[in-house]
Structures are given as structure tokens and as C-alpha cells.
Ligand binder design. Structure first.
Ligand code: HEM
Length: 212
């Protein structure tokens, strides 16, 4: 899994910072743009967005490692706060980009909903850890971490709609954004439902169900 995430991080950085740093391909699909759209500013914010999105993916992935969880809890905690800060920066930058979204207002609303629920899920996950409710902590962090794949799902669904069903780009992107949110939530619930709890999370269940 870590290999897949590392490959995706390198792919994202390569595509957005090296291959197409001016986002020409992505921006060419924007049919309507507000007057206040400032390309250099948008690009700089997008770079910050992409870099912290990659940091969120990396810090999140590292923290799922069993060895990190049981062996070096201090690093797990510090890394967790880096993850949280990255989530905040991704959503703040998203807050700037959302009003200029491809697909217009309906897509901008979807992004702004994620701007609220993603940090909220992460805060709940941290609160559960601080109360030593580790199983609940894991559930909420799984829900939160799935949002790191929002951009991947948006692009997969958008190209399935344009190339597979011949839909116009704006409609495909709108379906992509809403579809990605639904996929994030559904996949997270499936992982939570079928995950195997590590031993150190199972033990308190037997001793004290309140902690779970
Ligand atoms: C964590 C993984 C994420 C990555 C790697 C990522 C990456 C990107 C990239 C590369 C772009 C530029 C356009 C493109 O090529 O898609 C972009 C745009 C954008 N992202 Fe993200 N993103 C991520 C998560 C999110 C999340 C969770 C949100 C919502 C809170 C979000 C909100 C936005 C917005 C609003 C735009 C502008 C869309 C538009 O102009 O139509 N991103 N993102």
C-alpha cells in the first residue's frame, strides 16, 4: 500500500510541478471564469495545495504503519500533528480555489462541504486519541485519510464520464467531484467494517468497552 501511495505522490508532484506547472491542461477546461481570477496567484496557491496534499498522504500513510503505532508512539503523535496541519493547509488553499471551480457554483459547494467535513473528521480523530478511545480514533482517521484520494477519484470518474460515456467535461467533472466524495465515504466505511483490529486495540475492548 505504501508503495502505491509513494508512486501516486511522485506522479502528482511530477504532473503538477514539472510536466504541466502552468496547469494548462486542467485550466483549458474552464469555460467560465470569474473576473477576479488571478492566474499567477491561483497557480501559487495550487502548488501549496499540491505539496501539502502530498504531505498529508505521506504522513497519514506512515502513521498507519503498525510498527510506528506500537514502537515509536511519540513519532506517531508528532507525525499525526503534521498530518493535521497539512489537512488544514489543503482545505484553506481549497477554500481559495473553490469559487473558481470547473463546473461552477455546484462544484464549489461540494468542495466547500469537504473543506468543513475533512478537518472536522480529523479533529474528532485527534480528540478520540486524546481520550484513549483508540478504536474510534482509528475509525475517524480512516474516514479522514480517504479524503487524500479525492483528486485521484475526481480524475478517474471524470475521464470515465468523458471517454466512456461521451459526456461534456463540465458535467463529467461535476459527477467526478460528487462521486469522489461518495466514494471516499463508502470506501472508508467498508475498510472500517472489514478491518482487522491490531492486538493493542483489541485488548481494551475486553477490559473496558467504554474506551472503544
Ligand atoms: C489530498 C489529495 C489532493 C490532491 C493530490 C489534490 C491535488 C489537486 C490538484 C493537482 C489540483 C489542480 C487541478 C487538477 O489537476 O486536478 C487541485 C485542485 C483543487 N483541489 Fe485538490 N487535491 C487534493 C485534495 C483536495 C481536497 C480534499 C479538496 C477539498 C477540500 C480539494 C480541493 C481542490 C479545489 C477546490 C481545486 C480547484 C478545482 C477547480 O479549479 O476546478 N483538493 N487539487
Amino acid at each position: 500500500m505504501l508503495i502505491f501511495i509513494l508512486a501516486y505522490i511522485f506522479y502528482t508532484l511530477y504532473m503538477n510541478l514539472i510536466k504541466d506547472p502552468k496547469s494548462t491542461s486542467f485550466l483549458s477546461h474552464k469555460t467560465v471564469l470569474r473576473e477576479s481570477f488571478d492566474l499567477p496567484l491561483w497557480l501559487n496557491i495550487m502548488y501549496v495545495h499540491v505539496m501539502f496534499a502530498c504531505l498529508a498522504m505521506l504522513t497519514g500513510a506512515v502513521n498507519f504503519s503498525k510498527r510506528m503505532l506500537t514502537g515509536i508512539p511519540k513519532v506517531h503523535k508528532l507525525n499525526g500533528y503534521f498530518y493535521f496541519i497539512s489537512v488544514l493547509i489543503v482545505t484553506l488553499t481549497s477554500g481559495y480555489m473553490a469559487p473558481y471551480s470547473t463546473g461552477g457554483r455546484i462544484v464549489s459547494i461540494a468542495f466547500n462541504i469537504v473543506n468543513i467535513i475533512w478537518p472536522a473528521m480529523t479533529v474528532i480523530a485527534i480528540a478520540k486519541a486524546r481520550r484513549k478511545q483508540y478504536s474510534k480514533h482509528q475509525e475517524w482517521i480512516i474516514r479522514s485519510y480517504l479524503f487524500c484520494f479525492t483528486n485521484l477519484f475526481i480524475h478517474l470518474i471524470t475521464s470515465a464520464c468523458t471517454k466512456g460515456f461521451g459526456l461534456v467535461h463540465d458535467i463529467s467533472y461535476t459527477i467526478g467531484v460528487y462521486g469522489a466524495i461518495v466514494l471516499n465515504l463508502v470506501i472508508a466505511e467498508l475498510i472500517i467494517r472489514f478491518r482487522k483490529l491490531p492486538y493493542n486495540l483489541q485488548t481494551p475492548l475486553n477490559k473496558n468497552r467504554g474506551n472503544i
